[in-house]
Design a protein around this ligand. Structure first.
Ligand SMILES: [Fe+2]
Ligand SMILES: [Fe+2]
Length: 297
């Protein structure tokens, strides 16, 4: 998942994860599927969790927490929300996302397209509305930011508000001490630059694939779908219940949809890759029903 791996030792210091899936696996470890494993462990235990990717994930969070400042987020919004980089059909975007190759063993890991089709198919199998299925299909398309050269810590990772105090519910909370905003008193009150119940739409979250895709698709999908896309990585809120004081009535009404989406994202992974060829006609029709012919990246 590296823009430019260091040829000397194959360690890319800006992109410590071998695969974006390292982060997904960490999430499943932290939030085990109900009934499938013991309940979640305290965050401290993850520091030493005994899987080979543990150190890489830790380093990834260290970079994410140290570098996602309010100023960084505003700069990324100016840069990427101009949508002046590339034009693709929705299907081309899915195929492009699938060119995201990484250093992990291809026999052991699923491709990006496998993940999104498994997510969408699991939603479809449960009989949900078609826009919910389409949301499953599209939800990670923003990860193409990695292909455009963005570092992993600015594409994936649990999102959190910037410009106000970091909730202690955020994993590896201690890494925020290295964030320059941690030393700006104005940003370190509970509300920071925000006002009580101002609504999440007025809150800047750390920059990630969620906000990028939300801004791209915001005119085309129903509100619950847009919440799922925009906040699916906002684990401190939808899993931990943090930041309720920033939410307005609409946020409170929509958060259950984000929670409804989460298990399909986390627990739909299955070692058998989906048969994309046979699924394509159904999904092409679904895309045509809701999305424009081309999307601006
Ligand atoms: Fe995602
Ligand atoms: Fe996902």
């Amino acid at each position: 998942m590296h823009a430019e791996p260091d040829p000397a030792n194959r360690v890319d210091h800006d992109n410590p994860l071998e695969s974006l899936e390292d982060w997904d696996r960490f999430l499943v470890d932290r939030y085990p599927e109900p009934g499938a494993a013991p309940a979640g462990r305290p965050a401290e235990e993850y520091r030493n969790y005994d899987r080979p990717e543990g150190d890489r994930v830790r380093e990834f969070y260290r970079l994410n927490h140290a570098r996602q400042t309010l100023e960084f987020v505003l700069a990324k919004k100016r840069e990427w929300l101009a949508f002046n980089k590339r034009t693709m059909t929705p299907w081309q975007a899915l195929e492009y996302l699938n060119t995201l190759v990484d250093d992990s063993d291809p026999d052991l890991s699923l491709s990006q397209i496998d993940h999104i089709f498994q997510t969408a198919e699991a939603i479809r199998a449960d009989g949900h509305p078609d826009w919910f299925v389409l949301t499953g299909l599209m939800h990670d398309v923003g990860k193409v930011l990695c292909l455009f050269g963005e570092p992993q810590w600015a594409v994936v990772g649990d999102t959190f508000p910037v410009g106000c105090r970091y909730s202690d519910k955020i994993v590896y909370h201690e890494f925020f001490e290295a964030n320059p905003d941690f030393h700006v008193p104005e940003y370190q009150t509970d509300l920071g630059i925000y006002s009580e119940c101002c609504g999440l739409d007025n809150v800047h979250l750390s920059w990630s694939h969620d906000e990028y895709l939300y801004q791209m698709l915001k005119d085309y999908l129903p509100l619950p779908a847009l919440y799922m896309i925009r906040y699916h990585s906002f684990y401190p809120a939808h899993k931990e219940g943090a930041y309720a004081f920033l939410m307005n009535a609409q946020d409170r009404e929509m958060m259950p949809w984000v929670r409804k989406f989460n298990p399909y994202d986390l627990y739909s992974k299955c070692p058998v890759p989906p048969d994309v060829r046979s699924l394509r006609p159904y999904y092409e029709d679904l895309i045509a029903k809701y999305l424009p012919d081309t999307l601006q990246f």
